[in-house]
Design a protein. Structure first.
Length: 510
């Protein structure tokens, strides 16, 4: 009696399993001998491994495998269910996944395909179905998140009977090339935008022919030529250079130093008008061919401004000298006619009057001074009396700079004397200041100062500097005539001069 049947039953079961495996192995060997098997896939602890068998067909298969393993492009084969059945070393490197881990997995585990345009996927499937192959570009996102720009060539794999058994993809990584192309495209767009919107003229010139091959819109506007009429001309034909000899010399200079600068060149517009320009010419390489780029800036306005500044500096220098001469004369005459003890205070007082008129001239950019403004600044210390004891009246009259200086000093002197000795020294005194311009064929400007209600006037026994200021200096400033009357009832002072000498409007009229 068998008291332990368990182990015997297990051994019999295991023997049956081994016989079945042996039968499978014998079938496999018969198939190999009959040439029906090209390769074996053997599962191991390291994963599935492919063994290519020998023989004529097997040798060809092995050679193809070796060739695919050596190519630099990634090669991946999948079955009809998108399971990976082959990938070469380049594919392992590209997708960062060893063959042992990739074989048998779904292709979607290796990378995700992103199409460049919405209809690309459907178009690729239709082409592959009709022609059994498709070539195109897409983006593969790897399992570790990298986005690769790739060019793919996909072919349907078929068995001997023609049935589709899967697909073979040859994949080339073009990410670096695409990045470079995109960078170049961005650079070209930026350059074109700068070229089209620049506020300097830009000419592109062929060094071999010295003729213009392109011009930006600002350049065509500057010259008044349509673009198609400007292209093909040489620089001397638009007045930038004297002749062909100078054009050739510019090219020679550029070949030697790569950059040439020209200042103050004349540029002739299509309508014959001339402009002053500065030109910076550069020689550089463009896709292996030399190109000259000329940047041209219109400096007509700048030259005009520079000339104006030089004129102003000369004018300031002239006026400063005149002003110093006036100050020198005032100081000399004050010292000559006045009391030495009070020289400093009287000199400072007169210079203050001169400075007040000078401030008005500077404020008005030396374009002249309104008569009413000049009176106001010279009588500023007595502004409370204006309208009551000092009556002012006259039309608008823009005095020249010289007239403003001379008349201003005279008004300051008359005011000082009126406060000390004349109408403004007594409570009932009154001063009337009036001016007018006659409407004659040769207009005359006249200004008068009349005092009344003050102390009895006594004519001076000697001529002081005050009379020089109100007399000769005032006359000299406008080439006019002064009349002074020391009437007992009040001083009167009148200055008359040709309007062309006193007023800026008349002085500017030919």
């Amino acid at each position: 009696m068998n008291l332990n049947p368990g182990p015997t039953s297990a051994i019999l079961e295991e023997n049956a399993h081994l016989r079945a495996r042996l039968a499978e192995a014998e079938d496999t060997l018969r198939a190999i001998r009959a040439g029906e098997v090209d390769a074996l896939v053997v599962q191991s602890t390291a994963g599935p491994r492919i063994y290519v068998l020998q023989g004529q067909d097997a040798e060809a298969t092995r050679m193809r495998g070796d060739m695919l393993a050596q190519v630099s492009d990634a090669v991946i084969a999948v079955d009809n269910d998108s399971g990976v059945i082959y990938l070469n070393a380049a594919a392992e490197r590209l997708y960062g996944l060893a063959a042992a881990k990739a074989l048998g997995r779904d292709l979607a585990d290796i990378f995700e395909t992103r199409w460049l345009q919405p209809g690309d996927e459907a178009a690729a499937a239709a082409t592959l179905s009709r022609h059994s192959e498709w070539r195109g570009e897409s983006v593969h996102v790897t399992h570790d998140g990298r986005a690769l720009n790739v060019e793919s060539s996909i072919t349907i794999l078929r068995e001997k009977g023609g049935q589709a058994s899967g697909t073979l993809a040859v994949i080339r990584d073009v990410t670096q090339r695409r990045n470079h192309e995109n960078a170049v495209l961005v650079s070209e767009i930026r350059y074109r935008r700068l070229f089209e919107t620049a506020h300097d003229g830009v000419l592109i010139i062929d060094p071999g022919t010295r003729r213009i091959v392109d011009a930006n819109p600002f350049m065509t506007s500057m010259l008044g030529y349509p673009h198609d009429q400007l292209v093909g001309k040489e620089l001397f034909e638009i007045g930038l250079l004297k002749d062909q000899a100078e054009s050739r010399e510019m090219v020679r200079d550029l070949n030697r130093v790569n950059q040439v600068r020209y200042d103050n060149l004349p540029l002739k517009r299509r309508d014959g008008q001339h402009q002053e320009v500065e030109v910076v010419a550069n020689l550089y390489d463009e896709n292996g061919s030399p190109v000259i780029q000329c940047n041209i800036r219109d400096i007509t306005e700048r030259k005009r401004d520079e000339a104006h500044v030089q004129l102003l500096m000369a004018e300031i220098n002239h006026r400063a000298k005149n002003l110093l001469a006036v100050v020198q004369a005032v100081a000399h005459q004050t010292a000559k006619y006045g009391d030495p003890a009070s020289f400093a205070s009287r000199l400072a007082d007169r210079i203050d009057g001169l400075a007040a008129g000078q401030d008005l001239l500077v404020k008005n950019l030396w374009q002249g001074v309104e008569m009413a403004d000049l009176v106001a600044v010279q009588l500023a210390h007595f502004k409370d009396m204006i309208g009551t004891r000092i009556l002012i009246g006259g039309p608008e009259a823009l005095l020249t700079a010289a007239a403003a200086q001379g008349i201003g000093m005279a008004l300051h002197e008359l005011t000082t004397n009126a406060v000390k000795y004349g109408a403004l020294s007594s409570p009932a005194g009154l001063v009337r200041i009036a001016w007018q311009t006659t409407a004659a064929e040769a207009p005359v400007f006249a200004i008068s100062w009349l005092e009344e209600g003050g102390p009895k006037v006594v004519a001076p026994t000697r001529n002081g500097f005050g009379q020089v200021v109100t007399g000769r200096m005032a006359e000299f400033s406008v080439d006019g005539t002064v009349e002074i009357d020391f009437r007992e009832g009040g001083l009167t002072w009148t200055l008359t001069a040709p309007a062309a000498n006193a007023l800026a409007l008349f002085a500017a009229t030919p």
